[in-house]
Ligand binder design. Sequence first.
Ligand SMILES: [Zn+2]
Length: 394
Amino acid sequence: MSTLLDQLTSCVSPERLRDLTLELVRIPSPTGDSVDVTAFYTETVRGLGLPVEMLTDYPESPSTIARWENTPDGPTITLDGHVDTIHADHVPPYVEGERIYGRGAGDMKSGIAAMIEATRVLIENDVRLRGNLILATHSLHEAPVGHMEGLKALIARGDVFVDAAIVAECGFDTLPIRGKGQCLFEIEITREGEVLHENVARPRGVSNPLEQAARLAHRMLQRHEELSVHADPLIGPETYFLGQIHGGDFYNRVPTRAFMNGTYRYLPDKDWPDVYREVDAQIAAIDWPADITVTRKLFGNGLGYQVSPEAGIVQALRNAYHTIVGRELPLEGNLSVSDVNVIAREAGIPVVAHGTGSTTSHADLEWVDLPNIVRTTKVFIATILNYLGVEEGS
Ligand SMILES: [Zn+2]
């Protein structure tokens, strides 16, 4: 196995990875507009000899499934990635030394390039896996335009995420096995009537929505403190965070509306009804005046998740990382929601994230270092060999 692995990793081409990443980055794909980049990706994967199925449930944001079936009744590993980027201006893509700059370079077109290159190396070396490889891509990942619809539709098919998955994004030097869920809340506090002078409103008992928003904000911060005593060893306690509070337009005018939003991040034991109950309980804890109406919207990007450290894919990846990098891959927790949350909870399979380690996702200037893409590609190859096994004589 180790000779085979040496042979395969020596075939990983930094030039190809650089060019592929750059070509993917050169095709803009802000969320909701990923037809062109998907066409390029599809053509590249078909060039490896794999059939690619294109799903157009969301016509401007197609998903793809490429299957390499070696042993139909063997296990399957799914490599997953999103091809959309956030909507944010960026200077045109360029390369400087070993660094590739461009929107999507880190998040996560270099991860897509690593998925393709790992597959190319395995196919071109005639490796006969004792199982199957699926490459899955989708879009509608980046909020607020996307709500993971592409991924959720792939999961709902039931034949894409079947045994184990690797999401080719995020860091590479730690392995998250437990992650918090996230609920984005938006709360609108309104009253009937006109904007009034404070000295007219108060004597008449007219409520100030902004002051009522402050009461709810205070309640949520109190709840944050209450929750802080129960900390999970990997991901800490559940939290409330306030992102925006708006209301009013003048120092002594009583407005008719206030708005607040923020997040409630919670532990993996929660399901959606628990999440709704928790946030609603904070709203219900306020003794709202009769002239105030409160409406809330809750958006879930993903429930919390937990993957067993004993899961085959976790062990395959950790062993692969050790072989390629020469260090242990420590287990950790993840505070942010990613595709991993959705796959773990909705497909119900063990899933790991292993990316190219860009620290500039969503930054004004986004970049990724080529040696990290090369290393991650090698780790993918070793993980696939570890997890699926190889026929004798490969
Ligand atoms: Zn991403």
